[in-house]
Write a protein that binds this ligand. Structure first.
Ligand code: HEM
Length: 473
């Protein structure tokens, strides 16, 4: 039976979800915008804002909201702004607007020098729609279902290898699983690619570069890339290392005799034609593959890492999960609620941006045309009115409650909603369940792990360290 504490918390579930008071948000005429005030500005020099935002985004945005309200203006990070909001009605207005009124800011983000200007993540307008349409079939529910068994195998093999009784950082272990899964999906090779193959070289290089990106110097490299279109310095060298095996994989697959029958994403992209009958060039394929490898494995791995960082420090949630999974009592619902609460309280991508091309109303404020507007996912997810006791980790909030479309937004939304959301959820369900069934985990230290900001992600600073006390099966 779950403990009295778990039972008591579950009975409170309805009060753990609330609603926000309405706040108008929509495109408006320039005259109306001129009659409204601009959102209040953060009173700090541009450089101080940029540094604080990139190093300590959580403290920075929470303080700004406390002092200035739910819409405020910052300087740095992207030219001309951004204005940051955290009201679900504002989120709805941005996610449901005409695409040309709210192009994404990813093309101006630190991802641009890495992924190039043409990938589904960094392009805007018609180009973006074209790339998105080409990729969508590979990420539908049915396509994802075929991965479930392979995800389970990858997870079981990993779990078997972990040492007992000594601290273990989960993030790199989770990354080994999610990298195998995305590589299998993209290239159609399951497990470790054959030694000496271009796929093996690519996997090795990705791991090496991701590891390098956790070093302190990497933050300087990131800062040096704000507003840049091309990579410079160490990043440029790293990308050259990555390009060699990527182009080799593409060339080999173009020559494959069974290209027409293959179901992996690369083959699908090689066969794909636009409405005008155009195929993708090697450069376009490179940008797209790199996007999927990078967007698709670290995010999922760190979400799983955060789940355990929270669970091992929240006995009621941990106990509730182990009980549900091991006794098979409402396991599916409990696992889902745990994932949803993890992504609420620790969204791996804490902020996303759009550029409004026409004047916009955000509550009592007016925003001129051509202004970057960012949605702080972190702030939306920590609104007291939506999620009472927002800083507590309480999966019970979501037992019997689906999160609101504009209130729970870890995958963004609208025509830019994460393409890999179904795959990421499938991976997290399978891995979380396998770990809960087989492992007794403890925190290596009682204090919570700080969030570390890397490129556009927010990850556990010590990699979610745990000690495996026992392993079953
Ligand atoms: C827990 C894991 C993940 C999280 C939290 C996450 C989050 C996000 C977010 C916030 C966006 C931006 C949405 C917006 O601007 O509205 C995004 C976009 C995207 N994600 Fe994910 N993601 C995850 C996993 C994945 C996976 C597994 C893949 C693919 C293999 C993937 C591929 C993409 C792509 C291609 C886009 C760009 C979509 C577009 O602009 O049309 N992501 N993701």
């Amino acid at each position: 039976m779950p403990s009295a504490q778990v039972a008591a918390e579950e009975s409170q579930a309805p009060e753990l979800i609330g609603s926000a008071p309405p706040s108008p948000a929509e495109p408006i005429e320039a005259a109306e915008q001129a009659s409204l005030a601009l959102p209040p500005a953060i009173p700090l020099p541009r450089l101080a804002q940029t540094l604080r935002f990139s190093q300590r985004q959580i403290q920075f945005v929470f303080r700004a909201r406390r002092e200035l309200g739910e819409v405020f203006r910052m300087r740095g990070v992207v030219p001309g702004g951004p204005i940051i909001t955290s009201h679900p009605d504002h989120v709805r207005s941005l996610f449901t607007a005409q695409p040309e009124q709210v192009p994404s800011l990813t093309g101006e983000s630190p991802l641009r020098p890495i992924l190039g200007p043409n990938s589904v993540l960094t392009s805007v307008g018609e180009r973006h729609m074209r790339q998105r349409k080409l990729l969508l079939p590979a990420f539908h529910g049915e396509a994802i279902a075929q991965y479930a068994e392979m995800i389970a195998r990858a997870a079981e093999q990993e779990i078997d290898r972990w040492p007992l009784g000594t601290p273990l950082a989960l993030a790199p272990r989770m990354q080994a699983i999610t990298l195998d899964v995305i590589m299998a999906g993209i290239f159609g090779v399951e497990g470790k690619p054959a030694p000496g193959s271009p796929e093996a070289a690519l996997r090795r290089t990705v791991r090496r570069l991701v590891r390098a990106s956790t070093r302190p110097q990497a933050q300087l490299t990131e800062l040096a890339h704000i507003g840049r279109e091309e990579a410079i310095g160490p990043l440029r060298l790293g990308l050259a290392l990555l390009d060699r095996p990527t182009y080799a994989v593409i060339a080999a697959r173009r020559r494959a005799a069974d290209l027409d029958e293959r179901r992996d994403i690369l083959s699908l992209l090689l066969r794909a034609r636009t409405e005008e009958g155009e195929a993708l060039s090697d450069k376009e394929l490179r940008d797209e593959l790199l996007t999927l490898v990078l967007a698709g494995h670290e995010t999922t791995a760190n979400s799983l890492a955060w789940a355990w960082e929270r669970l091992v420090r929240t006995p009621a949630a941990h106990e509730g999960l182990l009980h549900a999974v091991r006794e098979d009592e409402g396991a599916e619902e409990r696992v889902e609620a745990t994932i949803v609460e993890t992504m609420r309280s620790r969204p791996v991508i804490p902020i996303i941006g759009r550029r409004v091309t026409v004047p916009w109303r955000l509550g009592e404020y007016g925003v001129p045309a051509d202004t970057p507007v960012a949605i702080s996912i972190l702030l939306v997810h920590h609104r007291e009115d939506l999620y009472p006791d927002p800083f507590s980790f309480r999966p019970e909030r979501f037992l019997g409650h689906k999160p609101g479309t504009y209130e729970w937004i870890p995958f963004g939304g609208g025509i830019r909603r994460c393409l890999g959301a179904a795959l990421a959820m499938a991976e997290m369900r399978v891995v979380l369940t396998a770990m809960a069934r087989r492992l007794d985990l403890e925190a290596d230290r009682p204090e919570p792990e700080r969030a570390h900001h890397r490129n556009v992600t927010m990850i556990p600073a010590r990699g979610a360290r745990v000690v495996v006390r026992a392993r079953r099966g």
